[in-house]
Structure formats: structure tokens, C-alpha cells
Design a protein around this ligand. Structure first.
Ligand SMILES: [Fe+2]
Ligand SMILES: [Fe+2]
Length: 377
């Protein structure tokens, strides 16, 4: 291994889970008909990047991990508030939670279902592609230890992510409405829902006690409505950020083809979040959803029907403003995503080995360089 010196804590764990994962997820892929007859050949593969460059394999593995985590959280939303069917099985729905979500849009269950299915396909495709190139794939099943919701409708199976103690950053709302600022220039943005950005908030009912009173389950649905946007704007930035360091044109095609679907999700959720009814959670009066169209909110920074990105400064101040995804800076993008997901409380209760593995995958992805650039250096 070329990098034995630089790899610190978590290396042993990660090698263990990649090797174990190779077996477990390979078997899953075969069961799903994705990799007929490939398991043994690929199980004997020693080169972890296979026919990919080390950097491309590392970027795809970080994206696979992110997609596995996305899938896990979306499955929890689908079990309680989506459409449970043979495309996205599991759970049996919570009528009070689903009804509260439908206040944001009658089609919320269908959108939740479709977003969940998309994440499954992202995860499966990236891992299957890695395997097809003889590269190690990612499997996080050993970390499926969190208890999840006990509310009626939940499957009750162990989870990778925690949707019951979230600290939701809603600054994407004002970031995409600003005409003068860009996070790639170091700019920061006010929160749309300041009280969601502090404390710990459930985005799904934790037990049936959360189903009443009405405004409490609505506050949980509102939290979910904003969390959907928070997650998907992250994916919208992550793919173009990492694409800049991909070498293979085919890997670039993968990244450029999945990334925009994250933007389609984000666009939908941004529109729906604006329909979250203003209220104060009767079981947690510190949680307030303000009317974003009225003072002290309102105006271009908050207006709820302003859902297309405002043009803003891009690359250099001397260039004209441009309607763009933001941020797209590539330096440290994977670690930035890992830190962002951790800070929102998505992994509260996870083991130190989980965080070490996530950090290690992010570090490797951030070490990736375009091969042509490397030759120029
Ligand atoms: Fe995804
Ligand atoms: Fe996504």
C-alpha cells in the first residue's frame, strides 16, 4: 500500500469493513441481479483501485458511502411518510405524519418515495461500477446499529443515521437567494429557520407520543420539509465539487449524470419547504417556523416563491454574476461534506469506528487529483 505512512487512525477498521463489505455487498449485488457471477473473481482481487486510478476509486468510494447514508435516511422517511411499495419496501406509514407532510404538498409521499428509490440506485450503481473495475466497494452494514423510530409504521430495523436529534442548517435558503454572496468566497448566510439550526429536533415521529397535538406533528413534518432541502443541496454541491478532480472520462460521466439528479431533488424540496405553515411547536416552544414572506423576513432573501437560484458572483468579482450551484470549490470537498453531515447530528449515537471510517474515506477522496494535473506538477 503506497499510503501506509500517511494513514492514521481508522485504517485498520476501514480495511476490515472494505474487505468485509466486499463480500457482503457483493452478495447483495448478486442477489439484486447486478453482478451475476462476479463475486468470486472480484473477491480475489487484491488491487483495491482495480483498473481505476487511485483517485477515481477514492472519489467513487466516498460518493458510495454518502449515497448509502442518504439511502438510509430516506428509507426512514419513506417508511413513515412516503409510499411503501415493492419499489421501496419497508414500513407501513404513519397516517398523522403523512397528513402533516401533505400540508406542504399533497404529493409529498410520492416525492419521498421517488427520492428514496433514486438514492438506492445511486448507491447500487456506484458500488457495482467500482466492482466492475475490480475496485473495492463500500459497505457500511457493520455500522447499522442505531435504534430508529418506535412509532407505528416504522419497520423497527436498525439504522445507520439518526433523524430524531437533528440540528438543521437552513442557510441554503438564503444562500441561493443572495445576488452578491457565494460560500466559495468565504461568505456566510443567515438561517431561514434559526431555531432549527440549534438544539436537537426530530424530523420523524420518535414514538406515537409524537403524533399529537396537531402542531407538534406538523412541526416534525416542517422539520423534515427543510431537512430534505438541506440534504439534497449538499449532494447538489458535492458532485460538481468532486468532479473537478476525476481523471477518467467515464467516471466524470457518472459524476456529471448523478449530480444533477441531486439538484432536481433539491429544487423540489426547496419549493415544498416554502409551504411549511408558520407555527410554534407546543412540545418545544423554542422551535418556531416563522412566516418567511413577512417582516423581519420576506424580500429577496426569504420570499418563498423565489425558488430558482439568484445569479451571484462566481470565480472572480471581475466577471459578471451567474446563476450557479454554490459552493463548488473542490479543495476539501469530501471532508466538508462529512463534517456537514456530522454537524447536523445525522450520526448521533454512531461508534468511533464509524467516524474513523467516514473520515478516512473523505481524506482519500480529497487526496485525489486529476492525473493530467499530476503530470503537470
Ligand atoms: Fe444520491
Ligand atoms: Fe440525494
Amino acid at each position: 500500500m503506497e499510503k501506509s505512512e500517511s494513514v492514521i487512525q481508522g485504517f485498520a477498521n476501514r480495511r476490515t469493513f472494505l474487505k468485509n463489505g466486499m463480500m457482503a455487498a457483493g452478495a447483495t449485488a448478486v442477489a439484486a441481479g447486478l453482478l451475476p457471477g462476479r463475486v468470486s473473481a472480484f473477491g480475489e482481487e487484491d488491487e483495491k483501485s482495480g483498473r481505476l486510478t487511485k483517485g477515481d476509486a477514492a472519489i467513487l468510494r466516498f460518493l458510495a458511502a454518502a449515497e448509502i447514508l442518504e439511502t438510509d435516511l430516506w428509507v426512514q422517511y419513506n417508511e413513515l411518510g412516503g409510499v411503501q411499495d415493492n419499489e421501496v419496501p419497508g414500513g407501513s406509514g404513519s397516517a398523522p405524519y403523512t397528513t402533516a407532510l401533505q400540508v406542504l404538498d399533497m404529493d409529498m409521499p410520492q416525492y419521498i418515495h421517488d427520492n428514496t428509490e433514486d438514492e438506492f440506485t445511486h448507491e447500487d450503481f456506484i458500488n457495482a461500477y467500482l466492482a466492475s473495475k475490480g475496485a473495492d466497494i463500500v459497505d457500511l452494514e457493520p455500522f447499522r446499529t442505531l435504534p430508529g423510530s418506535k412509532a407505528t409504521g416504522s419497520s423497527g430495523k436498525p439504522r445507520l443515521t439518526n433523524l430524531m436529534e437533528l440540528t438543521v442548517d437552513t442557510s441554503w435558503w438564503t444562500r441561493y437567494r443572495s445576488r452578491t454572496k457565494n460560500p466559495d468566497f468565504g461568505d456566510t448566510f443567515p438561517q431561514a429557520i434559526p431555531s432549527l439550526a440549534v438544539g436537537k429536533h426530530p424530523a420523524i415521529p420518535r414514538t406515537d407520543d409524537d403524533l399529537t397535538p396537531h402542531d407538534h406533528i406538523q412541526a416534525i413534518a416542517n422539520t423534515a420539509g427543510f431537512h430534505f432541502g438541506t440534504i439534497e443541496q449538499g449532494g447538489t454541491s458535492l458532485y460538481p465539487s468532486l468532479a473537478q478532480r476525476v481523471t477518467s472520462v467515464e467516471v466524470l460521466r457518472i459524476v456529471l449524470s448523478i449530480g444533477p439528479t441531486e439538484a432536481m431533488h433539491f429544487q423540489t424540496w426547496q419549493d415544498k419547504a416554502g409551504n411549511a405553515p408558520p407555527l410554534t411547536d407546543p412540545k418545544d416552544p423554542t422551535l418556531v417556523f416563522p412566516n418567511l414572506n413577512a417582516p423581519p423576513f420576506g424580500g429577496e432573501d426569504f420570499q418563498t416563491n423565489l425558488i430558482m437560484p439568484e445569479p451571484t458572483v462566481f470565480l472572480r468579482g471581475s466577471l459578471p454574476v451567474c446563476s450557479i450551484v454554490r459552493p463548488t470549490g473542490t479543495k476539501g470537498a469530501a471532508m466538508g461534506a462529512a463534517t456537514f453531515l456530522t454537524a447536523m447530528g445525522l450520526f448521533r449515537g454512531q461508534s468511533p469506528a464509524f467516524f474513523a471510517a467516514l473520515r478516512d474515506l473523505a481524506e482519500d477522496a480529497d487526496e485525489a487529483r486529476r492525473e493530467c494535473e499530476r503530470r503537470d506538477e
